[in-house]
Design a protein around this ligand. Sequence first.
Ligand code: PLP
Length: 352
Amino acid sequence: MRPIQAVINLSSLQSNLNQVKKLAPHSFVWAVIKANAYGHGALKVAEALNKADGFAVLQIKEAIALRKQGLHKPILLLEGFFDSSEINQIIKYNLIPVIHNSYQLKAICNTSKEISIVLKLNTGMNRLGFSYSNFEKIINKISKKSNINIFHIMTHFATADDEQGVDKPLAIFDKICSKFKFSQSLANSAAILKFPNTHRDWVRPGIMLYGVSPFSNTTATDLGLMPVMSLQSKVIAVHHLKKGAAVGYGNTFIAEQDIKVGVVACGYADGYPRTAPNGTSILVNGYKTRLIGRVSMDMLCVNLTNIDNADINSPVTLWGEGLPIEALASAVGTIGYELLCNISQRVPLIYK
Ligand SMILES: *Cc1c(COP(=O)(O)O)cnc(C)c1O
């Protein structure tokens, strides 16, 4: 078997949930497991996070898979439904749609069956949610429908992770929502970590559960989080090259001295970013070394010159335990979220 695998450490996942609960001890927790739990496998992650109070996903089919697995806790659909014909399934499987646009509002007001919903307020991100000028009217309209239960009201922050903070959107939210007794949900990971005044009734952690920092200037370790996914592979070929030899497509790496090169079974088709530059950190036999040459579809090359006993079958870590994903993300101009979600179907997830 090709040696690449993403090892998922479920006790680290649980420890990260405990960290959420320590930070927000009075809030219920929606564990956000959209995008196949940020690449970690939604069903296994939901099973391991049995101390979460509910789960948030994107698509109805993800929610139904969780129900079929025997999960009875609340499930939130973060974008609600896309067609009114989906409401029947939402009711059948007891799911809670976020209602954020006028199409959904109309459809929901036309059902006579019992349903719980979450109403979303746009507090300035201008992505999803009703504008504050008609939010009160909408709440009042729905409150008249005895079959519709407003499970809570929510908003989402655009800048909880940077210096702009949450003051402005929070003021908008409170101005309208403090008039109502509904329970509230505001905080993503960054707000959970940084703004206790946003914790309210339900928090919505995603990235921090997976042990990745939502901030560009703070590491996961500093935040008490443990990496959950380690992308691992092995060396599958070794070459002793003379000074002046080239490595990989485009000959972008030329050896400045004699060098021992390892070829690793991991490429961009596995989810390792092709844009990773020469010199990016990679662990071989537990020692830090460097990527050399271009990342290709199925392979990449590393410098083995100074690594004792490095040979065919030496273990390689591309990110995870011992090698924070945040460093790779910033080297390629993205965030840990994207690297995790891009882990490819052909990489088996191994749970430990
Ligand atoms: C994805 C998502 C979250 C989780 O965000 P993190 O930054 O991963 O914690 C929370 N709320 C909503 C509405 C989301 O879409």
